[in-house]
Ligand binder design. Structure first.
Ligand SMILES: [Zn+2]
Ligand SMILES: [Zn+2]
Ligand SMILES: [Zn+2]
Length: 340
């Protein structure tokens, strides 16, 4: 048996088909990071200079309504435009490009500038989930949108330019790289074993238990076996469903509970508003049947040892394979204690 807790090894990310290098012995090397005090940064409930707050004017002159729950608008500087574009350019098999269309929207979680998922009431998070469901349906039904990516960047470390809690909703013609890899893996697994990859993975993680952070009636939260980021997590619905439209009202309440609890645990980990990128992976909206797809959410937080010490993807990771020192099991243990 490979001693996963104390010898270098590679683990396979079965969703993407990529490997991660794990070097547990390096976690015991002398402490090199600095311990810093988390800086207390209080945000106001309303910021007159914020382009997401109710009633404020955005960069291109549009004025936000005095919204009282969630609020969605088309991004003023979108990465994709809905107008048709030239299909492809292939002057040589080595110089290849494709036109890309889409719609990019921004979704505010609440009118309150300083209200994060961890601090929201469950009913308020349910409203955010409802916004995600509606946006997935609205964007996905357009014939030129084959994939809808919902994501949140939190914290300046993750490039969030505005601290007002919000997400982005990008509908694109092409299926983006990460869900495309996951689709291939899920499809291959279903063809080989006649069952769903993630349904089976959930069963295994529940039986092992050492990477489980917590669960409720409908969802499991784990540090995945193949996690690259130190405190990366995966939220998995027990029920096999391909996208958020398959979530019932009761499951929506359960998902709200999971999001609130996990965000609060993260904030407690280094006593700081925890930065992360999170998002849902769902079936494409390409009109085809996708029995292989199992809805899930990823949290990718960059912090490693304290509020100021983050993991960088550099050197061997950029040129070779992503690597981590603390094992996913040790990270899960730490998060489990904080969530208890
Ligand atoms: Zn604001
Ligand atoms: Zn499944
Ligand atoms: Zn995924």
């Amino acid at each position: 048996m490979l001693p996963l807790h104390d010898s270098s090894h590679r683990r396979l990310n079965v969703l993407t088909g990529e490997w991660v290098l794990i070097s547990p012995h390096r976690a015991q090397r002398p402490w090199q990071g600095q311990v810093e005090r988390a800086q207390e940064q209080r945000e106001p409930a309303y910021d007159p200079s914020c382009y997401l707050c109710p009633g404020n004017t955005r960069a291109r002159g549009e004025r936000n309504p005095s919204y009282s729950s969630t609020f969605v608008f088309d991004n003023d500087y979108p990465a994709l435009h809905p107008e048709p574009v030239e299909a492809a350019m292939a002057e040589s098999p080595l110089i290849v490009a494709q036109g890309e269309r889409g719609i990019c929207r921004v979704g505010c979680f609440s009118p309150r500038h300083n209200l994060t998922l961890a601090g929201m009431e469950l009913g308020e998070i349910v409203a955010v989930i409802e916004m995600w469901r509606q946006q997935f349906a609205d964007l996905g039904e357009r014939d030129f949108i084959n994939y809808v990516q919902i994501f949140e960047n939190r914290g300046t470390m993750m490039g969030a330019s505005n601290s007002h809690p919000h997400c982005q909703l990008w509908g694109s013609y092409s299926i983006p790289n990460e869900p495309a890899k996951e689709q291939t893996s899920q499809r291959d697994y279903m063809e080989s074993y006649q069952r769903c990859l993630l349904c089976e993975y959930i069963r295994l993680e529940r039986s092992y238990g050492d990477r489980v952070i917590f669960q409720n009636e409908s969802f499991l939260v784990v540090v995945p076996f193949w996690a690259v980021w130190p405190f990366e997590t995966l939220i998995l619905p027990f029920q096999h469903t391909a996208d958020l439209s398959g979530i019932t009202g009761a499951q929506s309440d359960q998902l709200a509970e999971v999001l609130q609890k996990l965000s609060a645990c993260y904030d407690r980990l280094f006593n700081t508003p925890f930065p992360y990128s999170m998002g849902f992976h769902q079936q494409p909206t390409d009109g085809e049947a996708h029995p292989e797809w199992h809805l899930h959410a990823h949290f990718f937080p960059p912090l490693l040892r304290s509020a100021g010490i983050r993991k960088f993807m550099v050197g061997f990771e950029l040129l070779g394979t992503p690597q981590r020192d603390i094992t996913p099991e040790a990270a899960a243990e730490r998060l489990r204690e904080l969530c208890a």
